[in-house]
Design a protein around this ligand. Structure first.
Ligand code: ATP
Length: 405
């Protein structure tokens, strides 16, 4: 349908970037980016007039997002037109405007454009040797100032390298290292840096990328005290295990794996340094509790649990419940990663699977029906019932009624 609207408006439409890259690599990618050689906003509006979808536009950037009823989105950009709208300029036979658009991208492998309409429909535009680099599995920037122009590309290079199993080209690595030396990465704003770091930690196995960051000397740019000793590396491996374990439970409650990895990465920082880092990165305050209070509690619990284990005294369900139920899933997984003893780890998994959702079967209304007047006593009774359940002393409603009486 897009092609027809483009044909009707007489504007060439191209699929570009990651979508085309992944198409050639045979990988699934549902993020579709289109570039219109013309007015992308007008195109998006016209498309939505003819199809059941919504459009959001950003006039300042000439971009739009088409949102389909099922939530599927397509990003639309306008290739700059000013170059051939000047009086006397040549018509756009060489696709100068889309070429210019693609030239502003990060790596050659992201510069492919696939024509979706017009006489060239189906043609692949490859101005910068992207197909060759895909073949050679190499990441190359388009020009020498690329990392200087936008230092977040340093992190993107590392992320793509690990994700795609490519390697950063020799000259590109030299440019990257010199951008670091010249202090350009230091100037990346906190929130942008946070975004790049989170993207890396959201990859399915982030450790190799973090190791590469360490190797290139990037960690001190995140925080001056941040390092990657063997202890932290094995923490990442344990966190992977814990996260996979959690995913296999299919609780239906999503867990933010990247936050668990972030806790691992920063596990060696003292509280003050971590707070400093959180402030600088502008980490959203909803994560603050986990990175502050809960992290402190996890460190304390780890020592406490291991001590109890060392004395041959497993924790009783009531104690486990009392200590672990205030913690977010991410903090619990971090705790599982930290304890270096399978038995102790199984206490945490036992809590998660068997105890976390435990509650008395009787409700307040039922207590009332039993003739107990509502009041502060209820809280006590419900707590007693919960403890009895956790200890396996009651198993049914009837048991609870007997206990209440
Ligand atoms: P992913 O699967 O991670 O989404 P992607 O290639 O689609 O991979 P995005 O971050 O969604 O990556 O970016 C979309 C496109 O925008 C990329 O293909 C890239 O060409 C371009 N791009 C994104 N960030 C930059 C940047 N900092 N500098 C230049 N181009 C960028």
């Amino acid at each position: 349908g897009m092609g027809e609207v483009g044909d009707a408006q007489n504007v060439p439409i191209f699929a570009v970037g990651g979508f085309v890259r992944d198409l050639l690599l045979g990988k699934e990618n549902l993020d579709i980016d289109l570039v219109i050689e013309g007015d992308g906003i007008a195109f998006a509006r016209e498309y939505c007039r003819r199809h059941p979808c919504r459009v959001r536009t950003h006039a300042k950037f000439g971009t739009a997002v088409i949102i389909f009823p099922d939530g599927f989105k397509v990003d639309i950009a306008s290739a700059r037109m000013e170059y051939y709208h000047e009086p006397g300029a040549l018509p756009n036979v060489e696709h100068a405007s889309i070429k210019l658009d693609l030239y502003r991208r990060d790596f050659t492998i992201n510069t492919l454009a696939l024509a979706l309409n017009g006489p060239e429909k189906g043609a692949l535009l490859d101005f910068f040797g992207a197909q060759r680099d895909l073949q050679d599995k190499v990441l190359r920037v388009l020009h020498n100032l690329s990392f200087v122009e936008d230092s977040t590309r340093v992190f993107r290079a590392i992320r793509f390298e690990q994700r795609l199993g490519f390697h950063i080209g020799l000259q590109t690595e030299q440019l990257l290292r010199s951008a670091l030396r010249m202090g350009f990465v230091e100037k990346v704003g906190g929130p942008r840096l946070f975004n790049e770091l989170a993207q890396i930690l959201k990859e399915s196995n982030p450790l190799p990328a973090v190791e590469r960051m360490a190797e290139l000397g990037l960690l001190p740019y995140i925080h001056s005290r941040l390092t990657l000793p063997p202890r932290v590396k094995s923490l990442f491996a344990e966190a992977s295990r814990a996260i996979h374990w959690y995913e296999l439970l299919y609780t239906g409650e999503p867990c933010q794996g990247w936050l668990v990895y972030f806790l691992c990465l920063t596990s060696g920082l003292d509280e003050e340094s971590l707070e400093e880092l959180n402030r600088r990165l502008g980490i959203p305050s909803r994560h603050g509790v986990i990175l502050g209070e809960q992290r402190r509690e996890v460190h304390r619990l780890q020592r406490f649990f291991e001590r109890r284990w060392g004395r041959g005294r497993p924790l009783r369900p009531v104690e486990l419940h009392a200590r672990l139920s205030p913690l977010a899933t991410e903090a619990l997984l971090y705790l599982m990663a930290r304890v270096d003893n399978d038995e102790v780890r199984s206490w945490v998994s036992y809590f998660y699977t068997a105890l976390r959702k435990a509650a008395p079967l009787l409700s307040g209304d039922e207590l009332k029906a039993l003739g107990i007047p509502p009041g502060p006593l209820y809280k006590k009774i419900l707590k007693t019932l919960l403890d009895a359940r956790l200890n396996g002393k009651v198993a049914s409603r009837e048991d609870e009624i007997v206990l209440v009486k």
